[in-house]
Design a protein around this ligand. Structure first.
Ligand code: GDP
Ligand code: MN
Length: 387
């Protein structure tokens, strides 16, 4: 789960990380009021920064981060951003609607760094990634100037922190500050079950202070049950509505960008089904594992989700009945079409527990379903139907 920048900064601040002072605003008046709260004057000396709060980076280049030199500019920036759609490199073409802006005190930037801490699956540990080329797209830095990135796959001891600080070009006095920052980040990361915390940029101000100017924070979904405070920060308006709906019914669903809707039981079989679809030259519209203890209601919701998805051109049902009974899947389909007609071809491969009952229910209802005996055939038929 992702949280907003302003929320991430509040979490980090509580753990001792220096962040700019800021005020959240949902309308232009509130943004103007934020200036007074943060202090500063219209003399031209003060800077405020208005930042669109969306679950995506790349805002700076897309006009979602406005550096303002007067309170009137702050009001105008907030007015322009709120209610607008921001299209950044990370949002996709559809963009993201801006519901909130964060107004911050402007800081004087001497240098910008990149710093992240993440669950490093390859090295099976928590790793730090640092770069003196901050504020930029880190993927580009990695591709063009890999020597400017250092990955540290070890415990952040004092010696390790020092190594990172020197790589960033910090001086002796700043090494101690940097070490404290890393300790705070590492503590936050573990206490909050993060899977990634990224500060891009982490800045050194002209006054010599290290401040997290931007913050991205991803929490491990599997730990949300014990992170009640973070769970409260969830912003459903930022998430795919299809995934939100699926989650309500306990379905493991992930939206993808292909056109074959998948309904499968078991994560492994769902993965294999997606692979098979790709092998037939088509693309899955989603990952869906209906799970073991699935009910007719949940199956019904799953079918509705697939049928109401405009991207879906064919549906592939691949059920290997064990604990899941094929008749439950068939009855779920019958329930779903009461409100969501089968507007696309449905290919069914039903085998295992209550296979005959399942097929009979569908056939007796007179549904135009294409039957397949095995996954290979099912994927071929579905790919063909969607083409
Ligand atoms: P992102 O583009 O979504 O990653 O948004 P960031 O929060 O990283 O902001 C993008 C850029 O805006 C930063 O790299 C800075 O160059 C600039 N910026 C953000 N806050 C300030 C500030 O307080 N003062 C100044 N001068 N620039 C800022
Ligand atoms: Mn950034």
């Amino acid at each position: 789960m992702n949280i907003h920048e302003y929320q991430a900064k509040a979490v980090l601040k509580a753990f001792g990380v220096a962040v700019p002072r800021g005020v959240l605003a949902t309308n232009a008046d509130a943004a103007l009021a934020a200036c007074a709260e943060l202090g500063g004057s219209d003399s031209g000396e003060s800077i405020w920064v208005v930042k669109a709060q969306i679950h995506a980076g790349g805002r700076g280049k897309a006009g979602g981060v406005r550096v303002c030199r007067s309170q009137q500019e702050v009001r105008e920036a907030a007015d322009a951003l709120l209610g607008s759609k921001l299209v950044t490199k990370q949002t996709g073409e559809a963009g993201k609607l801006v519901h909130k802006v964060y107004v911050e005190e402007g800081l004087n930037i001497a240098r910008e760094f990149y710093l992240s801490v993440l669950v490093d699956r390859e090295n099976e540990c928590i790793s730090f990634v640092v770069s003196p080329a901050g504020g930029m797209d880190i993927e580009n830095v990695a591709a063009q100037t890999p020597e400017k990135i250092m990955t540290i796959a070890e415990q952040p001891t004092a010696a390790v922190c020092r190594k990172m600080a020197l790589f960033l070009g910090l001086d002796e006095v700043q090494v101690a500050d940097f070490t404290r920052l890393i300790e705070s980040l590492y503590t936050t990361f573990q206490a909050k079950d993060a899977s990634m915390i990224e500060l891009n940029p982490l800045i050194l101000t002209t006054e010599g202070q290290l401040v997290a100017l931007d913050a991205k924070f991803i929490v491990d979904d599997n730990a949300l049950y014990r992170q009640a405070e973070l769970l409260e920060l969830r912003d459903f308006s930022e998430e795919d509505p299809r995934e939100t709906e699926a989650a309500e019914f306990g379905l493991n669903y992930i939206a993808l960008d292909g056109d074959i809707g998948c309904m499968v039981n078991g994560a492994g079989l769902a993965m294999a089904t997606m692979d098979m679809i790709q092998m037939k030259g088509a693309k899955p519209a989603n990952f869906l594992d209906v799970g073991g203890g699935v009910t007719v209601d949940a199956v019904c919701e799953a079918f509705k989700l697939l049928f109401s998805d405009a991207h879906v051109k064919a549906v592939l049902v691949n059920i290997f009945g064990g604990i899941v009974r094929c008749d439950i899947i068939a009855n779920g389909l019958l329930e779903a079409i009461k409100t969501h007609p089968m507007r696309v071809p449905v290919v069914m491969r039903l085998v295992g527990t209550n296979e005959q009952e399942g097929r009979k229910i569908v056939k007796d209802a007179g549904l135009d379903v294409r039957w397949a005996d095995d996954l290979d055939q099912a994927a071929s038929v579905a790919a063909h139907a969607a083409a």
